[in-house]
Ligand binder design. Sequence first.
Ligand SMILES: Cc1ncc(COP(=O)(O)O)c(C=O)c1O
Length: 435
Amino acid sequence: MEKDTAPASTNTSVMDVLFTEKCDIEILDATKSISDFMDDKIKERHSVDSEVPFFVANLDDLFQKHIRWLRNLPRVKPFYAVKCNSTPAVIRVLRILGTGFDCASKGEIELALSLGATPDQIIYAHTTKPQSHIKYACTRGVDMMTFDSEEELLKVSACHTKAKLVLRISVDDSKSAVRLNQKFGAKLSKVEKLLERCKELDLEVMGVSFHVGSGCTDSSAYRQAIEDARHVFDTAILLGFQMRLLDIGGGFPGNEDFHIQFDEFSEVISEALDEFFPADSGVQVIAEPGRYYVESAFTLAVNVFAKKVVMDDVTEIRGADSDTVMMYYISDGVYGSINCLLNDPAHTNVAPYLHRVVDSSERRYQSIIWGPTCDSLDRVTDTYWMPEVHVGDWLLIDNMGAYSVSVSSDFNGFDKAHVYPVLSAHTWNMNVSHS
Ligand SMILES: Cc1ncc(COP(=O)(O)O)c(C=O)c1O
């Protein structure tokens, strides 16, 4: 295939890199769209009588997200949070794009390294680590790691004396749906004592990190956190540390439906960086985006394998306000890929729609969609209006890439969704530059 002439590139194409790795990415030529691919997979499922759910992962979307990141936050190097979705094709593509990786355990470090990341591209971003995982990081040369307590320092000083430590501070997350700062982060009042302890233990502190929480509805939380980090930098510098890294964490929205756009967050962050960590300060700025990169890239396809039409006793159904309520049972649910409904308050808009073409004149029914398991908590929609669906139909759900694949279980013996990563031929032929 002929290669595109893409801007600012070396001679390495996406194809050159991925070919050698024999990965499972399907390449769509110009005549085939993602929705054609989705149709083919549904036909394949029908032909073998399979209801097993699946994801189509549009890897081109990762490229678009990365371009937007570089445009909006050129000073901030993203270290993708592997926990969010550790599908190998995702990690491979992000590695090609030049992101680093936020790993939270030995397993995630192993995965990132096995997929080509180098130790210096990894931050071990968990403040409370099992000792054996710290030892593993040490043997693999992963030095950059976060901490927020004296106990952690003692472990690090016993297992990894070359660690380059990043002090995670507790920041205001009161405007976020997922709040992390009760569990993680040192209070500002404790910072000086902790830094002094690092000196006593002869440990190197290189930076400060924070996480404002996910589903953040107030962009000024980042500004305040960056200002707080500046104070910690000043304290650490007075104590003699060579502070050179600021890590602004994750929490950036992964789809356009979120009520604050990425553009607003990035504008606030850029202004705060210019004020508290200007470009000539010599401080490298990184972030740990998870959902930002993967949420919109994944569409989930689920099979409707059972149906009940409720007409007589609708009043007994929670939230029913029509004479007919449809109940559908689908092949994935809150214990599988749609676990965000239980586990991720930052992701609430799960909106299934029919795979077939729907006529605008079709009657809509109040529909309750249940997941496949025996548990009554396994409820995907409540008072949701949609055209009539039949057993054997497939429903699609967009924006399902974050904390879905990685948290999913096979509770009750139902198969987990398979992931089909796809890339357009255009992107496959693109040249990429490496930093
Ligand atoms: C330390 C850390 N970094 C990054 C992330 C990623 O957050 P998000 O997916 O909202 O960007 C998380 C999520 O819990 C986290 O705990």
